[in-house]
Design a protein around this ligand. Structure first.
Ligand SMILES: [Zn+2]
Length: 434
């Protein structure tokens, strides 16, 4: 690049009339695999400019009429794209912050207005430069490998919130973002254990992913199913139980569903996403067309998962609810959102902390998803190839059926959730892979 200096963004938020200096009184950093987010807490709105320098790579942020009262050296840089941060006063009352980088980045900055969680914030997003051509080539490679034989069914496991957005929190301080990530890891392990199935985590650490990006990530992994995991909160501490949601196209099925959808959708405001998505209207037309079929599949999976959750403990509503969640808006990927429990309920918060309960929840979700895909294996998948079905005829026993399909008896029992020896004529059994 010939020019060493590029002016990227200049935001004018307020006419420069405020004389009292704004203070930077907090700083947080959220490193993700391919980006790093830096958040400055500021005592009021600011005017700022951001530009990059090369050799060595730096990002410079000039903030008008501001001073730093926070110590930047306490940040943990090891996993981030930032090597170190320096700062100095400038032009009398201004502040210059310089980020020394490990590599070239694409920076973006924006300010967020106060909300329930935080005050004014200045957010700097640094993304790793990825050339589009390269990303596409990589996609093609993975595709050809997975197509060599029959492909796995892919489940996108989405732990809600993260990073700047803690989600709900319990009376003793347990954070939703922490607990749902832990359940997501357990769910991934259970799904990966299943032959013909594989899970991908939408986030794998304590950082925020925008709601639209979550859907995009699922699509890039060619997911067959999207499962978003959350923990609910309510002002009444006695509210309890799990809920399962799917997308509604018109209105939420209950007031509770409406409330939750509003809260979860607001995550972008708390987690911090800039307002540069303008293509919503255009997309919505295309979206409606393919959404109907997807919604039916979502309801099916949702019902299966809810059935499993009923065995783990209380459910909040005995039916799958519908609401307008942004993360569920994939026209072609069946998607559900599971509110695992009420973290605001002291007893449920206590349970959520335990590995036993987290495992039980993950297991219930995994079973529901597995059952659905065994019954409805997408064409071209390993499951579609191995899933044979058998209609029970008079006089047949499990032993005879197992022998006929050269499968083993305990697998046959496990696959069909059969405990005793009673079989019903006409019932359909799924035959486990040989
Ligand atoms: Zn949530």
């Amino acid at each position: 690049m010939k020019l060493m200096q590029r002016l990227l963004i200049l935001l004018l938020l307020l006419p420069f009339t405020a004389w009292a200096q704004v203070e930077v009184n907090g700083v947080r950093m959220w490193p993700a695999p391919d980006n790093t987010r830096l958040v400055f807490d500021i005592t009021g709105p600011v005017e700022h400019a951001l530009f990059t320098l090369e050799g060595p790579n730096r990002v410079v942020i000039d903030i008008k009429n501001t001073r730093l009262i926070e110590n930047l050296s306490k940040l943990e840089y090891a996993k981030s794209l930032i090597k170190s941060i320096r700062s100095a006063p400038r032009n009398g009352g201004d502040l210059r912050v310089v980020l020394d980088l490990r590599k070239q980045v694409r920076p973006k900055s924006f300010v967020l207005r106060p909300n329930k969680e935080y005050g004014h914030r200045l957010v700097i997003d640094l993304s790793q430069e990825i050339r589009k051509g390269k990303a596409r080539a990589e996609n093609r490679i993975t595709k050809s490998i997975s197509n060599k034989d029959h492909r796995d069914v892919v489940i996108a496991v989405d732990a809600g919130h993260g990073g700047e957005d803690p989600g709900a929190s319990g009376p003793s301080g347990l954070k939703e973002k922490t607990i749902v990530l832990s359940i997501a890891h357990k769910l991934k392990r259970l799904i990966d254990k299943e032959p013909g199935m594989r899970a991908v985590l939408i986030r794998d650490g304590d950082y925020y992913v925008g709601l639209k990006d979550r859907v995009k990530k699922a699509r890039n992994s060619r997911a067959d199913m999207f499962v978003s995991i959350h923990a609910d909160a309510f002002h009444n501490p006695r509210a309890r139980g799990s809920s399962v949601f799917t997308l509604s196209q018109s209105g939420a099925s209950s007031e509770h569903a409406q409330l939750i959808a509003e809260k979860e959708n607001a995550a972008d405001l708390i987690g911090g996403v800039s307002l540069d998505d303008k293509d919503d209207l255009l997309k919505s037309v295309l979206l409606d067309l393919s959404q109907t079929a997807t919604n039916e599949a979502s309801m099916d999976v949702g019902a299966n998962v809810l059935k499993g959750l009923k065995r783990v403990g209380k459910v909040h509503k005995s039916r799958v609810e519908q609401a307008g969640f942004r993360v569920l808006k994939s026209p072609d990927i069946p998607s559900i959102l599971v509110e695992t429990a009420f973290i605001s309920n002291p007893a449920e918060e206590r349970k959520l902390r335990t590995a036993t309960h987290q495992n039980a929840l993950a297991d219930a979700i995994a079973k529901g998803v597995k059952t659905y895909f065994r019954d409805n294996p997408p064409p071209g998948t390993v499951l579609a190839m191995v899933n044979r079905k058998h209609v029970i005829a008079r006089g047949e026993t499990l032993t005879i059926i197992a022998r006929n399909y050269s499968t083993n008896l305990s697998a046959l029992r496990e696959f069909n959730n059969i405990r005793g020896d009673k079989l019903r004529v006409g019932e359909v059994l799924v035959i486990p892979p040989g």
